[in-house]
Write a new protein. Structure first.
Length: 334
């Protein structure tokens, strides 16, 4: 700030310190220091006089209108915003001008977070479910065995959206973004609780209710015994078709497994979804090139999740529910 610069350089200047030394102390160029000192000699201040410089094409009123338009139309492109702004101010404007104006409004273009579409019914059900479970303590949430599935794909070296190149390298084959129509992939089922990671099951292709029951028999039941040691627990699963099929619900009933009723389209409320994101990020960094390497990476990362991380995620469930209630059932930041 001008005050800060003034407090630094005035004593030095007044004591006869050279401009070069002042520039070195302040990490400024010699020409900048020279101009500041000249301004100080002429006007007694280092502040730039008001009215100097070219006036901006958009005044404060225009910027307020621009900010309102941007926050009302958050998915508009800069080109669309520019067209609107030209009509509003009745002046020719460039895309670069609007880019700068958006920054002056303390706004910036970001990639939007991906969230499931929620209808009014979905939001209402989420709201009621979250409100009904707000009274649950963290200790009670720690008695839940969380489960879920996720798909992992084999990554290729040059599948990224961004590439570092010169202007002339745009048609260099190593700078292309390659697309694969059907990348090799694995489906993974896993379960976890606040006290540890459960079993992990990997398979290729899709799953039906019969296969899902086998997964529960061979992986969920042993994990339940190992993690809870006979203590009462609640099993959580989402509303995928194999989970809600009549033969699955009958199997769970016969086994006397208490199942947590789950709201539709609510991955943001389940801590295991955060685990999948963590594992996917770490697997991407390792860049497996075969299905075998992919499975090995997934298993290694699954087993490396520390218990404090699990406790932290499960302890966040009450805050997630509160966020759903405050947003009237809409998606949360988790």
């Amino acid at each position: 700030s001008p005050k800060f610069l003034s407090s630094l350089y005035k004593p030095g200047f007044q004591k006869g310190v050279t401009q070069r030394k002042i520039a070195k102390i302040l990490h400024l160029s010699s020409s900048t220091v020279h101009n500041i000192i000249r301004r100080f000699r002429e006007s007694g201040t280092i502040s730039v006089r008001k009215g100097q410089g070219r006036k901006t094409i958009l005044d404060a009123r225009d910027l307020r209108a621009l900010k309102r338009h941007c926050t009302t139309n958050r998915n508009a492109t800069v080109k669309e915003i520019t067209e609107w702004a030209q009509e509003y101010v009745q002046k020719p404007l460039s895309v670069n001008t609007i880019h700068r104006a958006i920054r002056r409004c303390q706004l910036k273009l970001y990639s939007a977070k991906k969230k499931p579409f929620l209808s009014k019914i979905h939001k209402l059900r989420r709201f009621h479910w979250a409100r009904d479970h707000l009274k649950w303590s963290v200790a009670k949430w720690k008695t839940v065995l969380w489960s879920g599935e996720s798909r992992f794909e084999v990554l290729f070296v040059n599948l990224g959206r961004h590439v570092i190149r010169t202007k002339e390298d745009k048609d260099n084959p190593s700078c292309y973004q390659r697309s694969v129509q059907k990348p090799a992939s694995l489906m993974v089922w896993g379960c976890m609780s606040a006290c540890g990671m459960g079993s992990l099951h990997v398979w290729k292709g899709s799953i039906n209710a019969e296969k899902y029951i086998q997964v529960l028999e061979q992986h969920m039941l042993p994990s339940r015994r190992n993690l809870f040691q006979g203590r009462p627990c609640i099993f959580q699963q989402d509303n995928a078709r194999p989970h809600s099929a009549s033969i699955t619900t009958s199997w769970l009933r016969r086994r006397r497994i208490r199942v947590l009723k789950w709201p539709v389209c609510s991955p943001d409320l389940s801590p295991i979804e955060n685990i999948w994101r963590i594992i996917k990020r770490k697997v991407r960094q390792r860049r497996p090139k075969t299905i075998e390497q992919l499975e090995a990476c997934i298993r290694q990362e699954w087993e490396s999740i520390p218990i404090p991380k699990l406790e932290k995620l499960v302890s966040s469930v009450p805050r997630r529910l509160l966020s759903v209630v405050r947003r009237r059932g809409d998606a949360t930041q988790w």
